[in-house]
Design a protein around this ligand. Structure first.
Ligand SMILES: NC(=O)c1ccc[n+]([C@@H]2O[C@H](COP(=O)([O-])OP(=O)(O)OC[C@H]3O[C@@H](n4cnc5c(N)ncnc54)[C@H](OP(=O)(O)O)[C@@H]3O)[C@@H](O)[C@H]2O)c1
Length: 391
């Protein structure tokens, strides 16, 4: 351990001195523990527990910062992780050498997105200082953001866009970085090669989809967005050129009537994969990228070694099969990245990307602590009215 959080260090000093006397304590108790939503086992919403006794985060590496959470939000992965999704792979990442025998991942805090203020920096952090307003998406193998404080690597953190409140900002990092990974890092799209390209976005009304539509329009692509009729007004407002309702007839047939595409982002998965690649231009570098992959499920079902083998065989054979047909097939994953968030923050502050807040459930953590709102939010999540925000 290279540095205690300021609070932890203070608590230690008080504990060694005469600080046991109530009147003299500078709230050390509040500093060794913090409020947090945790789970102690996997299951349905009943496993969620609110505690004021979660261990205060500690800086373990010189590049880490502790952030005071001003706002957090929920993503589908929070619901999945609550049920145990990805536990095998995430536990391997948490403790690759199995050094912590007997210890488990519990109590586990969910929540990936944070917007807040830097409270403490590790010795190697020079880019940020206490008091900076930042945002980040914390990778799922780390303790999450539904807490008063969270620790993150400095390279996962970025300065919050000035034009957004903390609540608005907390809606974007996870979905933004996921879309960025799929479109830019895996898909190879960027500001200089997108102009006029025909992009198809399946699942355009969700968190990732709404971000992707805006990013592609900011980069001057032609966007065809697929969503339900209820979401079509929102998606049009985000800039989509064509909007197709997947509930009004056979989607494949509707899309076949359109010119072929240069790029497909698939946020839906399932049977879509069987026909979507036929909508791409052949032998022109056209690419299909899906975010719905069996990577974590394979490891949950088969264990680490067999799961990875199965994953490698699946992705390898599909890539080759489609390559022989003249199109590229790729899987993409959320990638935590402060530098990518810097670029996203610029797009936000220049007005090119906004926050359709109905697609996320941003709430100040203070609010979460004070009532049972988080539990209610999780239960209601799938029924949330997502499409009401005027843009
Ligand atoms: N690989 C990774 O690292 C990674 C990271 C993040 C997310 N993901 C995955 O990416 C997907 C999108 O995430 P998200 O956060 O955007 O989820 P989300 O907010 O729940 O959005 C999903 C959207 O898909 C739409 N949809 C459902 N069925 C559809 C269909 N047949 N055709 C077209 N649209 C359909 C729904 O919109 P309507 O209401 O319009 O039906 C919904 O808004 C999820 O499957 C998630 O698990 C993967």
């Amino acid at each position: 351990m290279l540095s205690w959080g300021a609070a932890g260090g203070r608590a230690l000093r008080w504990a060694n001195g005469r600080a046991g006397t109530r009147g003299l304590r500078a709230s050390p108790r509040a500093r060794v523990a913090m409020p947090s939503w945790v789970i102690d086992r996997y299951g349905s919403n009943e496993v969620l527990r609110f505690t004021r006794e979660m261990m205060f985060p500690i800086i373990h590496f010189p590049n880490e910062v502790i952030i005071k959470v001003h706002a957090a939000s929920l993503n589908p992965i929070d619901l999945s992780m609550r049920s145990g999704y990805g536990a095998t792979a995430l536990n391997m990442k948490r403790d690759p050498l199995k050094l912590k025998a007997g210890e488990t991942e519990f109590p586990l805090t969910l929540g990936r997105d944070v917007s807040g203020v830097v409270m403490e920096c590790g010795l190697g952090v020079s880019y940020f200082k206490p008091g900076d307003e930042v945002w980040a998406a914390i990778p799922p193998w780390k303790q999450g953001t539904l807490s008063e404080f969270v620790v993150a690597s400095g390279n996962e953190v970025s300065f919050k866009p000035k034009s957004l409140s903390h609540t608005e900002a907390a809606a974007l990092p996870y979905v933004g970085l996921t879309a960025w990974s799929a479109l830019n890092q895996v898909g190879g799209l960027n500001q200089s090669n997108c102009s006029g390209k025909r992009i198809l976005i399946l699942g355009a009304s969700g968190g990732v989809g709404t971000f992707a539509v805006q990013l592609m329009k900011a980069w001057d692509a032609h966007v065809t967005a697929v969503c339900s009729h209820d979401a079509s007004t929102l998606v049009k407002k985000l800039g989509a050129d064509d909007v197709i309702d997947y509930k009004s007839g056979n989607l494949e047939d509707q899309l076949k009537t359109l010119p072929l595409f240069d790029f497909i982002l698939d946020n839906v998965g399932g049977s879509t994969e069987k026909w979507a690649l036929d909508l791409l231009k052949k032998w022109s570098g056209a690419t299909y990228v899906t975010l719905v992959t069996p990577f974590l499920i394979n490891m949950d079902k088969l264990g680490v070694a067999d799961g990875m083998l199965q994953t490698g065989v699946t992705v390898g054979s599909k890539t080759l099969k489609h390559l022989l047909k003249g199109v590229h097939y790729r899987w993409a994953f959320f990638m935590p990245s402060g530098p990518s968030l810097d670029e996203i923050a610029e797009l936000v502050d220049s007005g090119k990307i906004g926050v359709p807040t109905q697609a996320r459930i941003g709430r100040t953590t203070a609010c979460l602590y004070e009532c049972n709102l988080f539990n209610q939010l999780l239960m209601k999540y799938s029924h949330f009215l997502k499409y009401q925000r005027p843009f």
